[in-house]
Design a protein around this ligand. Structure first.
Ligand code: UD1
Ligand code: CA
Length: 456
């Protein structure tokens, strides 16, 4: 963080963040509001709220479209204290900000305007945006060098001074040649914000109230306007699903790089998909084609082999998972345990050093330390109405292809014969065999063949 950025967060200036989430998102062609689409396993709106909170916002106001109770509920779920405002008509970005007038009327040192459809903006960038306000600026805009500036508002400067932001549709040929574009985000001095916003009119090509006009109005009043910058991929907005995928790619790259720099080995990082909250310890190895849903923690020295899918799970240190394993919510894999190929674990605690090496389903279970479940062991946890618990004690050995019909327990150190259907509890150190006894008929095959071929 730069010095002024540090100061902005450290001086504990009060900050109101306005998050605009009123976009209709028609180009998403979706039954889901645009800002509730996910990036790295979390709604774009939640990303934006998390960023403004991390940048020191002590009050948050969210502006939603009319009738968007779903967006309001998602905002409250992420930020329970957020005040929700409705922009009843879509009359421009300044109009959207003013929908939160009641929030703006309460004093704040800084006001930050952020967008729920621009989910990758980092807290440090927001802090850099706030920083000039502490030094007396009335407005800070966020600029980026656009590879293709068409469609964006251009930031017009003279030396370091920001003169205006000109919307693409209102710009002259000469102004259109500017490549420094407006990301849309803005910070305003709390003392000036309402008076600047109220002065914005709608005499422009789109007939909208442009938030960007706050720049020229501030200048005309002799107030200072500053400009912070960010890389283009950080301020990429989402209007359609192609852009959604671009933003996902950018965030994945960021998450993978952070993981690798923190001591994680990824053999093919491009094929590993992380969630926003994935926690990976030191010397964890992630093989190719692994997908992390939300809520996964992998501790030091664990290995996730290729083609595994994990969600809501913990993998303790030194454990190995996969290849082709699926850990569903509530899977808690103990230290040095082994979850092998084609194994699914759901809501189950697998003890230290336990082994589930092949082809198993283990759900609603507690598997003791060092227990071994043979290939094809299945917990029959569901009776069509309720889920039931299976317990396998420490050091127990369950033979291949056993069905453990829950609720049931296999005591510590017990054996279960392969192919058994276990419906009764097995005491410690006992052997349970629950399968049909084998019948052997000597010579049967020969007489069978004769019967088939001699029958003329
Ligand atoms: C805006 C900026 C432009 C910038 C660009 C970056 C203005 C006037 N222009 O242009 O300088 O380069 O973003 O992407 O601010 N919104 C509402 N209510 C409204 C209008 C907009 O909530 O009445 C929301 C939209 O949902 C969107 C955001 O504000 O999330 C930007 O609005 P949009 O109309 O897309 O502005 P642009 O023309 O892209
Ligand atoms: Ca836009």
């Amino acid at each position: 963080m730069t010095e002024p950025a540090k100061r902005a967060t450290e001086t504990r200036r009060s900050c109101l963040a306005l998050v605009l989430a009123a976009g209709e998102g028609t180009r998403m062609r979706s039954g889901t509001p645009k800002v509730l689409h996910h990036v790295a396993g979390r709604a774009m709106l939640a990303h934006a709220l998390a960023a403004v909170r991390a940048a020191g916002a002590d009050r948050i106001a969210v502006v939603v479209g009319p009738g968007r109770e779903d967006v309001a509920a998602a905002a409250r779920a992420e930020s329970p204290d957020a005040a929700i405002f409705v922009q009843s008509e879509r009359l421009g970005t300044a109009h959207a900000v003013l929908a939160a007038r009641a929030a703006l009327e309460e004093a704040a040192d800084d006001v930050v305007v952020a967008y729920a459809d621009t989910p990758l903006v980092e807290p440090q960038t927001l802090a850099r945006l706030r920083a000039p306000l502490a030094d007396g600026a009335a407005v800070t805009v966020l600029g980026f060098e656009a590879a293709d500036p068409a469609g964006y508002g251009r930031i017009l400067r003279e030396g370091d001074a920001v003169l205006a932001i000109r919307e693409d549709k209102d710009a002259s040929e000469a102004e259109r040649a500017t490549t420094l574009c407006n990301a849309g985000l803005m910070a305003l001095s709390g003392a000036q914000a309402l008076s600047l916003l109220d002065a914005i009119g709608n005499a422009n090509a789109k007939g909208e109230y442009y938030l960007t006009d706050a720049v020229e109005i501030a200048r005309a009043r002799g107030l200072a306007v500053a400009c912070a910058t960010a890389p283009e991929d950080e301020v990429q907005g989402v209007n359609d699903r192609v852009q959604l995928a671009l933003v996902e790619r950018t965030l994945q790259r960021r998450l993978r790089e952070a993981a690798m720099r923190a001591g994680v080995t990824m053999i093919d990082p491009d094929s590993v998909f992380l969630a926003h909250d994935t926690v990976l310890g030191r010397d964890v190895t992630i093989e190719p084609n692994v997908v992390f849903g939300p809520g996964v923690m992998v501790e030091d020295r664990a290995t996730i082999h290729a083609f595994s899918h994990l969600e809501g799970a913990r993998v303790a240190s030194g454990a190995t998972v996969g290849p082709f394993a699926r850990l569903r919510p509530g899977a808690d894999i103990g230290e040095k345990a082994k979850v092998g190929n084609f194994v699914e674990v759901k809501k189950a605690k697998v003890g230290r050093g336990a082994k589930l090496p092949h082809l198993s389903y283990v759900g609603d279970a507690e598997i003791g330390a060092k227990a071994n479940l043979g290939a094809g062991t299945i917990t029959c946890n569901y009776d069509g109405f309720d889920k039931h618990l299976t317990r396998v004690g420490e050091g127990a050995f369950v033979g291949s292809n056993a069905s453990l019909v829950a609720p049931v327990s296999v005591g510590a150190g017990a054996y279960v014969g392969s192919g058994s259907v276990v419906t009764q509890d097995v005491p410690e150190n006992a052997l349970a065999v629950g399968r049909a006894r084998q019948v052997v008929k000597p010579g049967w095959a020969e007489s069978f063949r004769r019967w088939k071929t001699d029958a003329t």
